[in-house]
Write a protein that binds this ligand. Structure first.
Ligand code: WT7
Length: 635
């Protein structure tokens, strides 16, 4: 389905212009190409003051009819998902659109048989196996809301998310393969389940043959439940503004934010951007290496590609197993044409000897993508030269969990690219750069830098934070009047091309994962010997950023390596290993403003070894502590 594709830069400019002058007519035309059970009454209703955004109000549809049913006649035998296992010796699975349709309908009945109804919340904590895709689509089929928790998260992170979104069911697997390791997911769930009274049923997929302890009455095996279920399941009729899913992202207070995405706008936004950014042709094989536990996987492994009738690859493993050539081995084996990954993966692969790349035939590749954090110049060139061989456009796609879909990005082969630039806004996206006074910097042909905001709604914007609309308003709509604030800084050159410079708030992107420093501080503060802590990011060669924790201990407690280890462990257990600080420095105090706010700017500079220019420290409550921290006196 290539019907939404712009074909030239002139097409893009024309579409962009129309999307600004008449956004409703623009999106109306695009939305009409989808399968609706009833057409919408109004295209857009919005008010950023409230804030409230509604797209295609009154429209009735089911996203799975768009991802599955409508392809059956023309693409029924086409491969929808190619699954590549962790172990290269295990067989890949090819699932056609028809087979996926049957599997989704079948599992949808398992959900129903276990009491799940429209509007109920289901937590999915699963490895990268086709059953994850099946479970999420099965939820969408019956109008249940999926809340996927990345399978690298810890028990307490699962429990917190389950409780926050009132999930009734948990779907998981007994174990997951991760490189040479096996991780027991069910054990992780069992620990979480001690604190989640709302969960009535747990469905367990057996990824391995290991015995799995099951709780009578609550835990059921995936296959046993399938035996009892009917195969056909009609699609529930959903309103365009009904919830499709909740997905958590870090906030700058400790509590994760459950971003809410709704059916109609999300479908239109992800599909339109998928087709235009990647420019797939009929028999292309598209591979996004993200985990489905993140928004990239939701939008660009599942919903966007499937609604477009594409062949999408799901990879269970990691880039370094059995060796650092694994990604290139898969590209070669599956003849991947479109490859979409994160800068942190590119940097870690670029550090390896080139023969890991050169021993594989990458000639099938046509387009390369990057997402998750700014891609540095060196990584960009390595990717372009060694993977794309200078023949594949690199699309640097800027967007967020909150935006649902790509916002600023080249269209492959159409938009002129430039290292480190996400280039131009997609049609329908109206960016604004804001100065320190909160005023919009006019769009003249001067190069400028500012905070990045968006002036007008787009269909896939998250509609709220689950259970906390007030926080949604505060975080995104109160920094600038009548605009959505992204939390990022950006540079715009004389030709209107954007380069994202990074977060301007208390969020650090580590290996492409969005981490709120407050949650990490809360975890560290749980340690019995810790009084207070402050966590900041500092540049890291492979991870982009790593975490640096400044920790104040109680009087009489001596800093030690043992203590460092314990602190790292606490973080790992509370939030998952990705949040573990790289460095810990014990300090006697933290630089604070007179109102008691930690001056992270100073800590960031010290952590990055940039102690020359600390700026004005005289306004601090305790300027003397800066010298101590600089000298590392307590360590
Ligand atoms: C933050 C959002 C969107 C999917 C993955 C991350 C950073 C994302 C880029 C890019 C520079 C980028 C931003 C953004 N970011 N893509 N191409 N160039 N920065 O989703 O976890 O919601 O994080 O990731 O800082 O705000 P997320």
């Amino acid at each position: 389905m290539e019907n939404l594709q712009l074909r030239s830069f002139a097409d893009y400019k024309k579409a962009y212009k129309k999307s600004i002058t008449d956004p409703e007519a623009f999106w109306d035309e695009i939305a009409t190409t989808f399968k609706w059970q009833k057409k919408w009454d109004s295209t857009l209703e919005w008010d950023f003051e409230k804030p409230e955004v509604k797209w295609f109000k009154g429209g009735k549809l089911n996203i799975t009819e768009n991802c599955l049913d409508r392809h059956l006649e023309t693409l029924g035998n086409k491969t929808a998902i190619i699954w590549e296992p962790n172990d290269p010796d295990e067989e890949s699975r090819y699932i056609t659109y028809r087979q996926l349709f049957v599997k989704v309908s079948h599992f949808a009945n398992v959900l129903k048989n276990n009491g799940i109804k429209k509007g109920d919340k289901v937590c999915l904590y699963m490895p990268m196996i086709p059953e994850l895709a099946i479970a999420m689509l099965a939820c969408a089929r019956i109008g249940a809301v999926h809340s996927i928790v990345f399978a690298g998260f810890s028990s307490s992170a699962i429990a917190r998310r389950i409780n926050d979104s009132n999930c009734k069911m948990l779907v998981t697997a007994n174990e997951v393969y991760r490189g040479a390791k096996k991780v027991n997911l069910k054990e992780m769930c069992d620990k979480a389940l001690e604190e989640t009274p709302g969960i009535e049923t747990v469905i367990v997929y057996r990824r391995t043959v290991e015995p799995t302890p099951m709780k009578e009455g609550r835990d059921k095996f995936w296959f046993d439940e399938l035996q009892k279920a009917e195969k056909e399941c009609p699609a529930e009729v959903m309103d365009a503004e009904d919830l499709l899913f909740i997905l958590y992202t870090s906030g700058s207070t400790g509590k994760p934010k459950g971003m809410v995405h709704t059916v109609g706008g999300y479908m239109v936004g992800t599909t339109y951007t998928f087709q235009n950014v990647f420019q797939l042709e009929k028999d292309d094989v598209y591979w996004c290496t993200a985990d489905i536990g993140w928004i990239t996987g939701h939008s660009y492994i599942i919903y966007g590609p499937l609604a477009s009738g594409a062949t999408t690859v799901m990879f269970e493993g990691i880039p370094s197993y059995p060796d650092y050539g694994r990604f290139w081995d898969i590209v070669d084996k599956l003849k991947v044409t479109h490859f979409y990954t994160a800068p942190t993966a590119i940097r870690s692969l670029a550090k390896q000897p080139l023969n890991f790349v050169e021993s594989h035939d990458l000639s099938s590749l046509k387009v390369l993508g990057s997402v998750g954090e700014p891609i540095n110049e060196e990584a960009w060139h390595w990717y372009n030269d060694n993977i794309g061989k200078g023949n594949c456009p690199v699309v640097d796609t800027w967007w967020q969990t909150e935006t649902g879909a790509i916002m600023i990005s080249p269209l492959a082969g159409i938009t002129p690219t430039r290292p480190t630039f996400a280039t131009l806004p997609l049609p329908g996206v109206q960016p604004a750069l804001m100065d320190d006074q909160g005023e919009e910097i006019p769009n003249t042909s001067e190069p400028v830098e500012g905070r990045l905001a968006i002036k007008f709604p787009w269909p896939s914007i998250a509609r709220t934070i689950y259970g906390d609309h007030q926080r949604y308003k505060e975080v995104y709509f109160s920094t600038f009047k009548n605009k959505y604030f992204t939390g990022d800084g950006a540079y715009r050159d004389a030709t209107g091309n954007y380069r994202i410079t990074g977060r301007v708030d208390d969020i650090v992107i580590v290996s492409g994962h969005n981490l709120g420093t407050a949650a990490i501080e809360n975890a560290i503060d749980e340690h019995e010997h810790v009084v207070e802590s402050a966590v900041v990011g500092f540049p890291h060669e492979v991870k982009g950023n790593a975490l640096y924790a400044y920790v104040i201990l109680y009087n009489k407690v001596e800093p030690s390596e043992e203590l460092e280890k314990e602190i790292k462990n606490i973080v790992s257990q509370t939030l998952g290993p990705i949040a573990k600080p790289e460095k810990i420095q014990f300090v006697s105090g933290l630089p604070k403003t007179r109102s008691g706010k930690i001056m992270r700017r100073i800590l960031r500079k010290i952590a990055s070894n940039d102690t020359e220019n600390l700026g004005d420290t005289s306004t601090l409550l305790n300027p003397e502590v800066v010298e101590e921290i600089k000298s590392g006196a307590l360590n």
